[in-house]
Design a protein around this ligand. Structure first.
Ligand code: SF4
Length: 262
């Protein structure tokens, strides 16, 4: 699949100017009107309500979390990329010829200029989806807010995460940010990565502490980056049927495997 990416330049040294939510070494702050970008590419959306829709993706570099199973370590554990201006990004999005833009990460919401990028993309006539873990509240306009709260299964073991294990666990759920995102975005999805049936009780407990969401907002996506691992998750379908939630396939894994830029 075509992948027009930025060059991969290390962002080391920029950490001291990161947003307060992001104590990420090597992740990122760019000049006003620009954002640290790990990659851009054109593909089909692989997950959620708009699965299959041709989209231009922009992946900001840097994350305030460190999921154990993160499939974009080049935007979290080992952030890379280069600063790009909003004007440049919007020009590229328009030139891509597709009508949907997906603003993803990393965690795009840790960057203040993300609101201006989304506004400019929408002004250019693109439908904008923001993909976020829902730990940061920021007033932004999006046509679809795709929120993926991280469950306990995301927390790295101390030997994997070091200091990040505790930091991740403390940050992964922010009820106030989640509720504000839900309230501000009627067009939304709550996408949970599930690894075992025990995750279901955790999701239900979290949803019980939130309001204003609908059953059809809730999507369960099996964890796994191989078609074989995903095929072993029939229990996820059953859980969705029982609760009126949605099963969320990972189309890009099915089509391309765990490949960057797809
Ligand atoms: S929130 Fe997303 S980008 Fe950040 S560590 Fe988790 S999976 Fe990776």
């Amino acid at each position: 699949m075509s992948a027009e990416r930025t060059t991969s330049l290390p962002l080391a040294g920029a950490a001291s100017r990161t947003a307060p939510h992001d104590a990420t070494p090597g992740a990122t702050q760019a000049a006003p009107g620009s954002l640290p970008i790990a990659e851009t590419f054109v593909s089909v959306q692989g997950e959620g309500r708009l699965a299959g829709v041709p989209s231009w993706f922009v992946r900001t570099s840097g994350c305030n979390l460190r999921c154990a199973w993160c499939d974009t370590p080049y935007a979290s554990w080992r952030p890379e990329g280069s600063a790009r201006t909003i004007d440049d990004l919007v020009r590229e999005a328009r030139a891509s010829g597709v009508r949907h833009a997906v603003v993803t990460g990393g965690e795009p919401m840790i960057f203040e200029p993300i609101a201006a990028l989304c506004a400019a993309l929408r002004d250019a006539g693109l439908h904008v989806t923001i993909e976020t873990a829902g730990t940061v509240w920021r007033g932004v306009h999006a046509d679809l807010m795709s929120i993926s709260p991280k469950l306990a299964n995301s927390t790295p073991a101390p030997e994997q995460g070091g200091a990040w294990a505790q930091r991740h666990e403390a940050r992964r759920i922010d009820l106030d940010a989640l509720q504000r995102l839900i309230d501000a975005h009627p067009e939304r999805q709550l996408k949970f990565v599930v690894a075992a049936p025990t995750d279901l009780a955790e999701i239900e407990a979290l949803l019980a502490r939130l309001h204003n969401w609908r059953n059809e907002d809730v999507l369960l996506m099996p964890e796994g980056v191989t078609p074989e691992a995903l095929a072993a998750r029939a229990w996820v379908v059953e859980a969705c049927v029982e609760r009126g939630w949605r099963y969320c396939p990972r189309l890009h894994i099915e089509l391309f495997g765990n490949t960057r830029g797809t």
